[in-house]
Ligand binder design. Structure first.
Ligand code: ARG
Length: 467
C-alpha cells in the first residue's frame, strides 16, 4: 500500500499540463517505478549528457544551456552517488526525478534537455546500457569460472573416477575430463554473452516517442558518444523492443541450468556415501543439531537461484507477448526481472567459482568407485573385437556373460580366473587383464575429445589459449 501519500492532489509537474488534479494514491503506487529504476541513474545521466551535447552541436540548444545542463547533471550524479539525493515517488521514475532536480539546480535551461526525445527512447537507452554492462560483467565472471576449472582439470588430468549415465556407473573417466565438460558448457555461455553484446550494440536514443523527430538531431553522434556501434534503424521497433533483456534472461537461464547441474553433482559428490569431494569450510555450513554434518548450502542455493532466473525469463516473455507496437506501460515491469536475475546469476557464478577452487578432491575414493560396478566391461568387449576378431555384438554378449559370472561370484571382472573367462570364450588369453584396470581403460580412450589424459591435456591447452 501507499506509504507516501503526501501531496497527491497537485498534478504532475512533468506532464500534468492537461490534468486538473493529481493521481489517486493507488494510481501513484501502481505507476511509479522509481523504487527499482533508480538503479539506472548513472546510465540515465550519461545518456542525457550525450543527448544535450548533441543538441548543442546541432544548434538545437545553445552552448550555454548545454553547459548548464551538463554541469547540473554531474552535480546530480555525485548527489546520488553520495546518498544525498531525495527520490520522489510522485515523480514516477528515474528520468523525471533527475530532470526535476535539474530544474531546481539550473532553472529554465533544464526544460530544454527533453527536446527531441521521449521517456520511451530514454528508458530504452538506459536499460540497454545497463544490460550491456551486466553482460560484460558476466563475461568476465564466466572467464574466472572457466579458469578455476582449467586449474582443477590440469591437476586431475590423470585422476580416475567413474563416469555415469543414468547416474549408474558407466565407464571410467578422469576427473580432469569431467571438469573440462563444464569448461565447454561455460565457454558456450560466454560466447552467447558475446553475441548478445553484439546484438544490443545499437543506440536507441533519438527514436523519440516512436516516430523519430523533426529536429535535426545526429543519432550517429550520440551512438558513438555512448559507446554503441551504430544507431538503431527503426524508431517504432526501438521503443517497443526488449529482446536485449529477454536475451540476457535466456542466457542467464541456460548458464543457470549449467550451474545448477554442477550444483547437483557437488551435492551428490559431497555426501558421505560418495565422498568424492569435500567442500571447504568457507563454502559449507554446519547443522545446529547434528554436529557431524557439513552441508553444501551454497550449492543448493545455486540450484535454487536457477529456479528464480527461469521465473524471470518466463515473466518477461509473458509480459511482452501480447503487446501491440510501440511502447506500452507493461514494459516498465521488465526491469525488476532483469535486476533480480542478474543478482542471482552473479552470486551463483561467484559461489561456484569459490567452491570449485576450494574443494578437496578425494582421488582415492574416486579411484575405488571407478573400478567398481564392472566399469571396464566395455574394455573387455573391445579387447574381444580387437584381439579375437569378434563382431562387437557378439563381444557384447560374451562380456555380459562374464559380468554375470563375476556378479554371481561377488568379484570384479579382473578377479575372474583365466579358466573362467576361457570357459565363456576360448580365445581369451591372459593379456586381457591389461585392459581390465581403470587406468588402462582411461588411457586407451584417445579418440579426439576422449578421456585419455593426453586428450584431456589437449583440451586444456585449447581452452588456456582461448581464455
Ligand atoms: N518508467 C517508464 C518505464 O520504465 C519510463 C517510460 C515511460 N514512458 C511513458 N510514455 N509513460 O518504462
Amino acid at each position: 500500500m501507499a506509504d507516501d501519500t503526501t501531496d497527491t492532489k497537485s498534478s504532475n509537474q512533468m506532464w500534468g499540463g492537461r490534468f486538473a488534479s493529481g493521481p489517486d494514491a493507488i494510481m501513484e503506487e501502481i505507476n511509479a517505478s522509481i523504487g527499482f529504476d533508480k538503479k539506472l541513474f548513472a546510465q540515465d545521466i550519461r545518456g542525457s549528457i550525450a543527448h544535450a551535447t548533441m543538441l548543442a552541436h546541432q544548434g538545437i540548444i545553445s552552448a550555454e544551456d548545454k553547459d548548464k545542463i551538463v554541469h547540473g547533471l554531474n552535480t546530480i550524479l555525485s548527489e546520488i552517488e553520495s546518498g544525498n539525493f531525495e527520490f520522489s515517488r510522485q515523480l514516477e521514475d528515474i528520468h523525471m526525478n533527475v530532470e526535476a532536480r535539474l530544474a531546481t539546480l539550473i532553472g529554465p535551461a533544464a526544460g530544454r534537455l527533453h527536446t527531441a526525445r521521449s521517456r520511451n527512447d530514454q528508458v530504452a537507452l538506459d536499460f540497454r546500457l545497463w544490460v550491456k554492462e551486466e553482460l560484460e560483467k558476466t563475461e568476465l565472471m564466466l572467464t574466472g569460472l572457466i579458469a578455476a576449472f582449467l586449474d582443477r582439470a590440469e591437476e586431475h588430468a590423470e585422476s580416475v573416477m567413474p563416469g555415469f549415465t543414468h547416474l549408474q556407473t558407466a565407464q571410467p573417466v578422469t576427473f580432469g575430463h569431467h571438469c573440462m565438460a563444464y569448461v565447454e558448457m561455460f565457454g558456450r555461455d560466454r560466447s552467447r554473452v558475446r553475441h548478445a553484446i553484439e546484438h544490443l550494440d545499437e543506440s536507441p536514443i533519438g527514436a523519440a516517442a516512436l516516430a523519430g523527430t523533426g529536429y535535426p538531431i545526429d543519432r550517429h553522434m550520440t551512438a558513438k558518444a555512448l559507446g554503441f556501434r551504430e544507431p538503431t534503424r527503426n524508431s517504432i521497433d526501438t521503443v517497443s523492443d526488449r529482446d536485449f533483456a529477454i536475451e540476457f534472461l535466456s542466457i542467464a537461464a541456460i548458464a543457470g541450468m549449467h550451474l545448477s547441474r554442477l550444483a547437483e553433482e557437488i551435492v551428490i559428490w559431497s555426501t558421505p556415501q560418495f565422498g568424492f569431494v569435500r567442500l571447504s569450510d568457507a563454502f559449507s555450513t554446519g547443522s545446529s543439531i547434528m554436529p557431524q554434518k557439513k552441508n553444501p548450502d551454497a550449492a543448493e542455493l545455486v540450484r535454487a537461484k536457477t529456479g528464480r532466473i527461469n521465473g524471470s525469463l518466463v515473466a518477461l516473455l509473458t509480459i511482452m507477448k501480447g503487446l501491440p507496437l510501440a511502447y506500452s506501460k507493461d514494459m516498465q515491469e521488465d526491469k525488476e526481472q532483469v535486476f533480480d536475475a542478474a543478482e542471482s546469476l552473479e552470486l551463483a557464478i561467484a559461489a561456484m567459482t569459490g567452491m570449485v577452487r576450494d574443494m578437496t578432491v578425494n582421488t582415492a575414493r574416486m579411484k575405488a568407485a571407478a573400478g567398481s560396478g564392472y566399469s571396464t566391461a566395455t574394455d573387455l568387449a573391445d579387447w574381444l573385437v580387437r584381439e579375437a576378431g569378434l563382431p562387437f555384438r557378439d563381444a557384447h554378449h560374451v562380456t555380459g556373460r562374464a559380468v554375470a559370472l563375476a556378479e554371481s561370484k561377488g568379484c570384479d571382472l579382473a578377479e575372474l580366473p583365466l579358466s573362467d573367462l576361457q570357459a565363456i570364450h576360448p580365445d581369451i588369453t591372459d593379456k586381457v587383464y591389461d585392459v581390465l584396470t581403470v587406468e588402462a581403460s582411461v588411457a586407451s580412450r584417445k579418440s579426439f575429445g576422449g578421456t585419455a589424459p593426453s586428450e584431456v591435456r589437449r583440451q586444456i591447452a585449447f581452452w588456456r589459449d582461448r581464455n
